[in-house]
Design a protein around this ligand. Structure first.
Ligand SMILES: C[S@@+](CC[C@H](N)C(=O)[O-])C[C@H]1O[C@@H](n2cnc3c(N)ncnc32)[C@H](O)[C@@H]1O
Length: 200
């Protein structure tokens, strides 16, 4: 059902999250936490803005998305920018990520929070941990339930929603309230959550 919703949104050009550039939260976190370039996966990469930024900054970057049209647009953007990255159309929760190489860094902007149920978010976290090498990191940008709104916006999670989903698989390095990057006048609140794969 969610797959159909995203397909229709991309087909209609109704993609309010689209920045046409990387999210500043990613840039700042990679800089401030000295996240070393390595194999990276952008989960729910959309049209590839963040994947392309990672590739330009030394990461061996792969983007995956369930929506075919998003992946096509991502491939076109990367080709036009002459940036080497890999894009895969797949359902992150229910399909294998091919390659077999463990990732050093996972990133998602607005994919984890798309899942409504605690069970799906926990499976998302478990799958993420399974794809990471020892000490691998996951940076997730998640809609923040503490934002009070009277207009529509991204899905919202509480801090507890995030912690309950990830705690068994990740050590939380940082969980801070911030804002999604935007090209509009006002930005929606988010959680910036940096996690390290648990060793035990
Ligand atoms: C809010 S959009 C964000 C897109 C992109 N990360 C960005 O910041 O521009 C969420 C994306 O997650 C993708 N998505 C949703 N469910 C997914 C799944 N099960 N597997 C892979 N991608 C998924 C959607 O197709 C959509 O492109």
């Amino acid at each position: 059902m969610m797959e159909k919703m995203f397909k229709e949104m991309y087909e209609a050009g109704d993609t309010p999250w689209e920045l046409h550039r990387p999210d500043g939260n990613l840039i700042e976190m990679v800089r401030d936490y000295a996240i070393s370039p390595g194999a990276a996966l952008d989960i729910g990469c959309g049209t590839g803005n963040n994947t392309i930024w990672l590739a330009r900054h030394g990461f061996t970057a792969t983007g995956c998305d369930v929506t075919e049209l998003a992946i096509k647009q991502a491939m076109t953007k990367a080709a036009e920018a002459q940036v080497a990255c890999t894009f895969l159309r797949l359902d992150f929760l229910n399909e294998e990520v091919p390659g077999g190489v463990p990732f050093a860094f996972l990133f998602d902007r607005g994919c984890f929070h798309s899942f409504d149920s605690a069970e799906e978010r926990r499976r998302f976290a478990e799958k993420s941990a399974s794809l990471l090498r020892k000490d691998g990191l996951w940076l997730s940008l998640v809609g923040n339930r503490d934002e009070i709104r009277d207009t529509p916006g991204p899905p919202q999670c509480s801090a507890l929603d995030i912690i309950s989903a990830v705690e068994s698989f990740f050590e939380i390095q940082l969980l801070k309230s911030n804002h999604f990057d935007t090209n509009h006048a006002s930005a929606h609140r988010n959680w910036v959550c940096l996690m390290k794969k648990r060793t035990r």
